[in-house]
Design a protein around this ligand. Sequence first.
Ligand code: G16
Length: 543
Amino acid sequence: MDIVDVETTPFEGQKPGTSGLRKKTRTFMEPRYLENFVASIWSGIGGVAGKTLVLGGDGRYFSDRAAQVILRMAAAGGARKVIVGQGALLSTPAASHLIRKRGTDGGIILSASHNPGGPEEDFGVKFNTANGGPAPEEVTGRIHEATRTIEGYRILEAQDVDLERIGTTSLGEMEVEVVDPVADYADLMESLFDFAAIREMIAGGFRLTFDAMHAVTGPYARELLETRLGAAEGSVRNAVPQPDFGGGHPDPNPIWARELMEAMHAEDAPDFGAASDGDGDRNMIVGPGMYVAPSDSLAILAANAELAPAYRDGVRGVARSMPTSRAADRVAEKNGLAAYETPTGWKFFGNLLDDGRVRICGEESAGTGADHVREKDGLWAVLLWLNVLAASGKGVVELVHDHWREYGRDIYSRHDFEGIETAKAEALIDDLRGRLADLPGREVAGRRIEAADEFSYTDPVDGSTAAAQGLRIYLEGGGRIVLRLSGTGTTGATLRVYLEDRTEDPDRFGVDTQEALGEVIAAAHEIARIEHHTGRTEPDVRA
Ligand code: G16
């Protein structure tokens, strides 16, 4: 087998975003595009020679081809070994676990997460470091730098490796170990939670439904919920991973998981509903007739985690991304936990988890997780919910209402304006940034502005900084508006407007979220001049 040196030139725009490099699948399929980025990862990590990596992904279209290319480039670079999930499948949290369990030098995850898959849709490549977490900014910065100056890459000429057969083979000098993608992860979950109590609850008639959205969590959820916990066969729906996710959008929110929402709002709704996304790191929780907002879910899990064996000694601290509602802060304050506010993106939680400052983290974008891995973890959240329900004897709705009675309710929604021309979206942010200092004291849509700033973050562990992480406007009475541009889209810009208000009045706990946020929404449009800059009056998605 020969190693071939290929000459290349840089591609524009190979800058890792909030979560790796995401582009249209066709872009990744262009000659040399994937190869350039992979070679740049090798440069960014100081070369791959002698290293052991994990490789897998959510099984989306082009993953099988991309995996073979990455294996041949790892072999050409002198890697010692690559551990691959069978069929190139590994959920993001399972990949994180495998990196940590096997003590590897990191791993590559092939996924564009909740974005649709297929030849006309999205693909993505992400590098995780030896702690199992997404590469920090310092590493992604070096990778980006390498993409701008690359002149060539090395690749082995070889036949495809059989990734369907579990076991060890070799590719040139490099070892390739194909592993069962589910088993290690399922064992980890069983070590964290009281499976006996959950099993007993289910045997006692508790009904659940989980929507894998034709994505990677199907086999994981079947093993955990049906085989190990005894949920009825068929409790996991859309359980077979497909390269185009059945033509759907594997994003667990009330819009894309409509089938699940309908089941949970039916007369005979099960006691518990949940869904996960393309690569298994996000989660959606639904009770009979009630969608649980991710920010509330984070707060409720932080408040009740001690009911699960892994967290019996306490959770020490909780971290949330800045746009996530402040519900988790209230739990921290009342229970003497440390609380951290980080920029959007899971990579910012890594140091806090490594340093033992927090054990539970979460984002408003349906991501919750803990210190067992260094990624958010959809099935972990589902299992912790089940553990809390089993140990408390409460139903989902009762648990949420009890929580609000104790801590108040942070009413929350995110409005996304998608496919905006990038220049216009940037102009909106620049315009508002220039006016921030003049906002405090003004009254807009009947609400007085108390404060306004641009969020920047200094990591308390290593002192690294991240500037320009979103514009924040605080309203009197506990309201808040946050604006930022998405770092994961593949077409134009997405403006995210995060809206939040506060109530301690139990009579308002049942109100419709959008209605309750009416004033805050009106204030956001007026302050940010959304229509003036984008021509839009309504968002595309209300999450
Ligand atoms: C979005 C969310 C973030 C999340 C990121 C990656 O980023 O807002 O909270 O961390 O996606 O999530 P995933 O790995 O599930 O795609 P952005 O920059 O588009 O807002």
